[in-house]
Design a protein around this ligand. Structure first.
Ligand SMILES: N[C@@H](CCC(=O)N[C@@H](CS)C(=O)NCC(=O)O)C(=O)O
Length: 239
């Protein structure tokens, strides 16, 4: 028994090109919990249709935040136990900034930016293990779905300059909040560090340029924080 982590396969020199998968795997390593990985291809077969998801002692769970909350509860609050209530509130506000707003700017950067449209095709092909002759068709369908989702969210209704401005403001807020502290709270990394590193890392390591990446690169404290988390949790991938 134990923990089985279902997630996409590693890409871009990162543990995962999905910030949610990377956040959860970073948490598992911070917590020192052992786990097996199963790579998902195609649409994730979780109750929400999203990855990551886990099997814990035979019970399936989805959503990185809910999974972490469950593991904290059942393992003695190993990672976030020392946070005060006010720090927990800050952590949640930052998590929502990254997951409910910045994430959509990343999605735009990856899939919809008219300046780099198509860069992602070979990565999609690799991720899904597609034969090359179906890649153009699958790419068109996948991109159409992403565009629809971005419009439904609202961010996809803005012109590119507006989207980059909003993403840049998120990055700046994260950088100013973290300042030059090595970790988000206290002298040990917490789930907030896992979350910041997963989102910043996914911006820095997407292998084509964008105004969002340029904005992140300007904040050397965020770059250093990402490298610190990688050295601590993924030494096999750290520079
Ligand atoms: N709130 C979820 C979000 C997970 C999520 O959006 N995962 C994306 C990958 S980054 C996904 O599986 N997308 C597949 C799809 O929407 O079809 C979590 O924290 O786990």
């Amino acid at each position: 028994m134990g923990i089985t982590l279902f997630q996409f396969k590693p890409m871009f020199g990162l543990p995962n090109a999905s910030p949610f998968c990377m956040k959860l795997e970073t948490y598992l390593r911070l917590a020192g919990l052992s786990y097996d990985v199963v790579h998902v291809r195609d649409r994730p077969r979780s109750s929400t249709g999203k990855a990551p998801f886990v099997g814990i002692d035979g019970t399936m769970m989805t959503d990185s935040g809910l999974i972490i909350a469950h593991l904290e509860r059942t393992h003695g609050h190993i990672v976030d136990g020392k946070l005060t209530l006010a720090q927990r509130a800050e952590a949640l506000a930052l998590q929502r900034l990254m997951e409910e707003h910045l994430y959509w700017v990343i999605v735009y950067m990856r899939w919809a930016d008219p300046d780099t449209r198509g860069e992602w095709r070979p990565y999609l092909q690799e991720l899904l293990g597609l034969p090359s002759f179906v890649t153009p068709f699958v790419s068109r369908v996948a991109q159409g779905q992403v565009m629809k989702t971005l419009k439904a969210h609202g961010i996809g209704r803005h012109p590119p300059e507006g989207i980059w401005q909003m993403g840049g403001a998120d990055i700046q807020a994260l950088a100013h909040w973290l300042g030059t502290r090595p970790w988000a709270f206290g002298d040990q990394p917490t789930t907030t560090d896992a979350c910041i590193a997963a989102f910043v890392g996914n911006i820095l390591h997407t292998p084509w340029n964008s105004p969002l990446r340029t904005a992140a690169l300007k904040h050397t404290s965020l770059v250093a924080h990402f490298e610190r988390v990688m050295a601590r949790c993924f030494p096999e991938l750290a520079a």
